[in-house]
Write a protein that binds this ligand. Structure first.
Ligand code: PRP
Length: 218
């Protein structure tokens, strides 16, 4: 049997992915144990799972170190790797938004030259330059992006909004929505040719598990 290697996004997304995979008939008991291990094997089913940071998942998949990856669509858009996106898994739902204090709305409406702090410079650039035709100054941050407007580093931020709690607690609000996001399955382009049947079967089983969860609405 050809072995399949699957890259998962460490953390909550990996937990949700494994719960779905289990429903689809692919389990990995070893992963349920609390440990610092990063790679796990299900010999019987010929599957190897590994855990990596989200932005690295498309990299592993593009280079073929993983045949399949599960990652948020924010990262797929930001990394822009050559991979096939084959399935929307429907969880990890959130939005990419332009956020700031209410009084910055005016600057956005008038396409002013503003400073934008973000962990997602490519998404921000594409949104402001290609979609809005607004020239902005993009400042890359690595986390806690909400600090940007609070300490005066930027006028607004481009960031993920899930519950809206972080924005509320920091006196910020959604000013514009860039796009909706969710977890996606991606596949290496060569693996798709070389391991076609195995990958198709896996996609089919995962899709069936999703259909069952959603009462056949997908
Ligand atoms: C993400 C995101 C927001 C927050 C949104 O940050 O960047 O800060 O979650 O979630 P909410 O709308 O439910 O409050 P994350 O927790 O990944 O940490 P980071 O700020 O270090 O990137």
């Amino acid at each position: 049997m050809q072995e399949l290697t699957i890259a998962l996004t460490k953390g909550r997304l990996a937990d949700k992915t494994m719960a779905l995979f289990e429903k689809a008939g692919f389990s990995c008991e070893e992963m349920k144990k609390d440990s610092r291990k990063l790679i796990f094997r299900n010999e019987e089913q010929g599957i190897r799972f590994f855990l990596s940071k989200g932005p690295d998942v498309p990299t592993y998949v593009e280079y073929g170190a993983a045949d399949i990856g599960v990652v948020g669509s924010d990262i797929i858009l930001e990394e822009n790797r050559s991979v096939f996106e084959v399935l929307d898994l429907g969880f990890g739902k959130c939005r990419m938004c332009v956020c700031g204090s209410q009084n910055k709305e005016e600057l956005l409406r008038h396409h002013e030259m503003i400073r934008v702090a973000t962990k997602y410079p490519n998404i921000a650039r594409d949104y402001f330059y290609n979609r809005k035709h607004q020239t902005v100054d993009i400042i890359k941050l690595n986390g806690s992006v909400e600090l940007g407007p609070i300490v005066g580093l930027s006028d607004v931020i481009v960031d993920i909004v899930e519950t809206g709690g972080t924005l509320r607690e920091n006196g910020l609000t959604v000013l514009e929505t860039v796009c909706d996001l969710s977890a996606r399955m991606i596949v290496n382009q060569v693996s798709m040719q070389m391991k076609t049947q195995r990958i198709r079967d896996l996609i089919h089983s995962v899709r069936a598990a999703l259909d069952e969860e959603n009462g056949g609405t997908r």
